[in-house]
Design a protein around this ligand. Structure first.
Ligand code: NDP
Ligand code: GDR
Length: 343
C-alpha cells in the first residue's frame, strides 16, 4: 500500500486530494496544526474524516517536521499547508514568509536527511506571475509577484527546484491558477459571493461588500486540480507544471453568474467606489463596494496556459465556470436548507 503525507489536510485542496488518494488505495496521513478547536468539516463533508490518519504538524518547527517524516517515511509528500490568503499577507508579511517560504526549505531539508526516496509536491501559485508580462502564463513566463504571499511562494517554488537540481530529490512544483469548490474558504471571493447569494435566497438581508470588481482570474474546479497534483508525482521525472483552464473572467461577471444561479439579475449603477448592484426586479441593493477590501497592490489579470500538463500528464479541466458557479450555489443552498451555518 502506498503512503501519502498531506499537509494542510483540513483545507480545500487537502480534503479533495485525500479523498482521491484514499480512492486510489493509499494510506493517507493528514497533517494539521494544533489549535483549541480543530475543524474537520471538509473531511466530514467528503465522508473521509475517519479514514485519514491525523498527524499534528507545524510548519514552523523543524524538529516536528523531521520527526514526522522519519517516522512515516511516506512515498509521497504533498505540501499544501500555507497562509493562503493574499490579502492577509500584506498585514502579516513575515509570518507569511515563514510559513509559505522558509518552511518549504525545512521540509525539503528533512526529506533529504531522513527519507530521500520520498516524492515531494509543492503547492505553488499563479500569484507568482503577479504583474503579468504576457497574455497567458506558462512554466516559462517570468515571475513578478505583487504580494508578500506571492513573494513567499516564489521562494518555496525556487527552493523546490533547487533541491531537485542540487540533490536529485523527486520534487515537483505545481503552479496552480485559482481553483474553487463548495469547500472553498469563505474569505476567498468566489465562495464569499456564492454563500452571500445563497443566504439572500434563504431570507438573509446582508449586502455583499466587495473590493475590486475588475480583477480577472482563471477559475477552475478544485476536484480537477488535485487529479493533476497527483499525476505530477506519478511521473518518472519531477518537474513544474501549470494547471489552469485557459479562460479568464472578472469578479463582476462571477457576481452576475452567481446571482443568476439564485434567480437574481444584477443591475449595476455608479462608478468606482460608488458602484452598487441592485436586484433588477425589486431595486434592492445586493452588492456594494468596500474600498478597504482593495489590496495595496493588485494582480489585475491571470490566465494560464496548461499545454505542458495536457501534453505530459494528459491532464485537462472538466468543469466549466458556469458549472462551477452552479455547483457552489447549489451546495450552499443545500447546506442552508439542512439548517447548517455556512462555513
Ligand atoms: P486553504 O487555506 O484552504 O488550506 C491551507 C491549510 O494550511 C489550512 O488547513 C491551514 O490550517 C494549513 N496551515 C496554515 N498554516 C499552517 C502551519 N503553520 N502549520 C500547519 N498547517 C498550516 O488552502 P487551499 O486548500 O485552497 O490551497 C492549498 C495550497 O495550495 C496552499 O498552499 C495555497 O497557497 C496553494 N494554492 C491554492 C490555490 C487555490 O486556488 N486554492 C491556487 C494556487 C496555490 P488551518 O485549517 O488550521 O487554518
Ligand atoms: P486570490 O483569490 O487573491 O486570487 O488568491 P481571492 O479570491 O482572495 O481574490 C481574487 C480576486 O478578487 C478580488 N476581490 C476580492 N477578493 C476577496 N478575497 N474578497 C473580496 O471581497 C474581493 N473583492 C474583489 C481580489 O482583489 C482578487 O483580485 C487565491 C488563493 O487561493 C491563493 O492561495 C492562490 O495562490 C491564488 O488564488 C491562485
Amino acid at each position: 500500500m502506498k503512503t501519502a503525507f498531506v499537509t494542510g489536510v483540513l483545507g480545500q485542496d487537502g480534503a479533495y486530494l485525500s479523498k482521491l488518494l484514499l480512492e486510489k488505495g493509499y494510506k493517507v496521513y493528514g497533517a494539521y496544526r494544533r489549535s483549541a478547536s480543530v475543524n474537520r468539516w471538509r473531511l466530514k463533508r467528503l465522508g473521509i474524516d475517519r479514514e485519514v490518519e491525523m498527524v499534528p504538524f507545524e510548519l514552523l518547527e523543524y524538529s516536528n517536521i523531521q520527526r514526522c517524516i522519519a517516522r512515516i517515511r511516506p512515498d509521497e509528500f504533498y505540501n499544501l499547508a500555507a497562509q493562503s490568503f493574499v490579502g492577509v499577507s500584506f498585514e502579516q508579511p513575515v509570518f507569511t514568509g515563514e510559513v509559505d517560504g522558509i518552511a518549504v526549505a525545512r521540509i525539503l531539508e528533512a526529506i533529504q536527511t531522513v527519507s530521500p526516496e520520498t516524492r515531494f509536491y509543492q503547492a505553488s501559485t499563479s500569484e507568482m506571475f503577479g504583474r503579468v508580462q504576457s497574455p497567458t502564463q506558462s512554466e516559462t513566463t517570468p515571475f513578478h509577484p505583487r504580494s508578500p504571499y506571492g513573494v513567499a511562494k516564489l521562494y518555496g517554488h525556487w527552493i523546490t527546484v533547487n533541491f531537485r537540481d542540487s540533490f536529485g530529490l523527486h520534487a515537483s512544483s505545481g503552479i496552480l491558477f485559482n481553483h474553487e469548490s463548495p469547500l472553498r474558504g469563505r474569505e476567498f471571493v468566489t465562495r464569499k459571493i456564492t454563500a452571500a447569494f445563497a443566504e439572500r435566497v434563504e431570507g438573509g438581508d446582508q449586502v455583499l461588500a466587495l473590493g475590486n470588481l475588475d480583477a480577472e482570474r482563471d477559475w477552475g474546479y478544485a476536484g480537477d486540480y488535485v487529479r493533476g497534483i497527483h499525476q505530477m508525482l506519478q511521473q518518472d521525472r519531477p518537474g513544474d507544471y501549470v494547471l489552469a483552464t485557459g479562460r479568464k473572467t472578472n469578479v463582476r461577471a462571477f457576481v452576475e453568474a452567481a446571482a443568476a444561479a439564485c434567480g437574481y439579475r444584477i443591475a449595476w449603477e455608479g462608478e468606482g467606489a460608488q458602484t452598487v448592484g441592485r436586484d433588477a426586479r425589486s431595486g434592492r441593493v445586493l452588492v456594494r463596494i468596500d474600498p478597504n477590501l482593495r489590496r495595496p497592490a493588485e494582480v489585475d489579470e491571470l490566465v494560464g496556459d496548461y499545454s505542458k500538463a495536457r501534453r505530459l500528464l494528459g491532464w485537462q479541466p472538466s468543469v466549466s465556470l458556469e458549472q462551477l458557479v452552479e455547483m457552489m450555489v447549489r451546495e450552499d443552498l443545500a447546506a442552508l436548507r439542512r439548517g447548517e451555518l455556512l462555513m
